[in-house]
Design a protein around this ligand. Structure first.
Ligand code: ATP
Length: 356
């Protein structure tokens, strides 16, 4: 059993509030991903859990006991960083057992555990090598093994894959997922990569400016963002977000230099004023010109299974639609765009989601 509770956790560096009275309970065995833009306070939060930073205020509990004053080594946590910092003059096997030596584990037991974790992260063939002879992906696996071997109840991972190329990142992401399934331990994982968060997390914690702005399952965050910020952060290609105005003109409308959209009945009482209209690229309906308003396709980007269609609008960012790969479209072709009412997202002038 291992539960991590953060209560009004705060960290100030001089005038900078890095973490602003954070409240979060991470359940035993959960895979939590803290995600947000650079500087939002994710690493500071993780470092406070690990014991590398002292909170300015607030409490950290592990399994109900306050651990604010415990040394990192007494917290039963395993930490994996972006820079794996292996000992360059020790071979892979010695790097892995280092933590066990510190714990004064017997030689036989060290060897048994070392082989077990090496097999688990698939590096048994590397044990005699020096770190300098290993690739980035292999080094990251060794760093994982070094943490796994000490059998902590909780794993704290700080952007562990960000120095790897896209293919390796995907591979090791799957590996983290598999390890979590197999070990059934609590994982707290920090990343600024929304895709990593979506694919790994049981629960995503979205942070901005030291605060939690939304928590939920990946699908919940994607389909139910509470704000412009969250809507914009998740999704690739990103949600189309168009600044404009809500008006009451007999019926409710959204107007901008790019689009005028009649809003569905559920928004009939919307307050007039500045706001944003959002629609995900996969929800934009593209049809052949048929007497309605048309727009010319700009860039056509075939991805194999799907094709991205880009449209120039008055907004800075191009408007994007995704159509199935088999549909053929060409640059310059006039098409009609429509937006199903159930897939629209509306945000008010402060960026908060407007609910029907
Ligand atoms: P990144 O993804 O860039 O690592 P992050 O979300 O992990 O960002 P933190 O590293 O937690 O963010 O930093 C949060 C805020 O605290 C930032 O404004 C940062 O500049 C500041 N900060 C972090 N560490 C220190 C420090 N040791 N001294 C002063 N300010 C710091």
């Amino acid at each position: 059993m291992s539960r991590i509770e953060l209560t009004n956790l705060r960290k100030e560096y001089g005038n900078v509030v890095a973490v602003n009275d954070l409240n979060l309970t991470i359940e035993d065995g959960e895979f939590i991903v803290l995600v947000g833009p650079s500087g939002c306070g994710k690493t500071t939060t993780l470092r406070m859990i690990a014991g590398f930073e002292d909170p300015t205020a607030g409490e950290i509990r592990l399994d109900g006991s306050i651990v604010n004053d415990l040394e990192p080594r007494d917290r039963d946590l395993g930490m994996v960083f972006q820079s794996h910092a292996l000992f360059p003059h020790k071979n892979v096997a010695d790097n892995i057992v280092f933590g066990l030596r510190m714990q004064k584990v017997g030689k036989e037991e060290q060897r048994r555990k070392m082989h077990e974790v090496a097999e688990l992260v698939r590096i048994s063939h590397l044990l005699a090598k020096m770190p300098g002879q290993c690739s980035g992906g292999e080094s990251q696996r060794i760093a994982l093994a070094r943490t796994l071997v000490t059998e902590p109840s909780n794993f704290l991972l700080d952007e562990p894959l960000s120095s790897l190329d896209a293919k390796l990142r995907r591979e090791l992401r799957a590996e983290c997922d598999r390890l979590h399934e197999q070990l059934q331990k609590t994982f707290v994982y920090v990343t600024h990569d929304q895709e990593e968060a979506m694919t790994l997390a049981d629960r995503i914690v979205v942070m901005d400016a030291g605060e939690i702005v939304q928590m939920g399952s990946p699908i919940d965050i994607y389909s139910n963002p509470v704000s412009y910020f969250v809507a914009d952060f998740f999704g690739n290609p990103a949600m189309n977000l168009i600044e404009g105005e809500f008006v009451q003109n007999g019926s409710a409308e959204f107007r901008s230099d790019s689009f005028t959209v009649s809003l569905p009945e559920k928004y009939k009482d919307i307050s007039p004023g500045k706001g944003t209209f959002g629609i995900r690229p996969e929800n934009v309906q593209v049809s052949k010109a048929n007497g309605g308003d048309t727009r010319n396709i700009g860039l056509v980007e075939p991805l194999g299974k799907d094709t991205l269609l880009y449209f120039e609008t008055a907004a800075e960012r191009p408007f994007v639609a995704i159509v199935e790969g088999t549909e053929s479209h060409s640059s310059g072709e006039p098409v009609e765009l429509s937006f199903p009412g159930d897939n629209m997202f509306l945000f008010d002038g402060t960026g908060d989601r407007i609910r029907a």
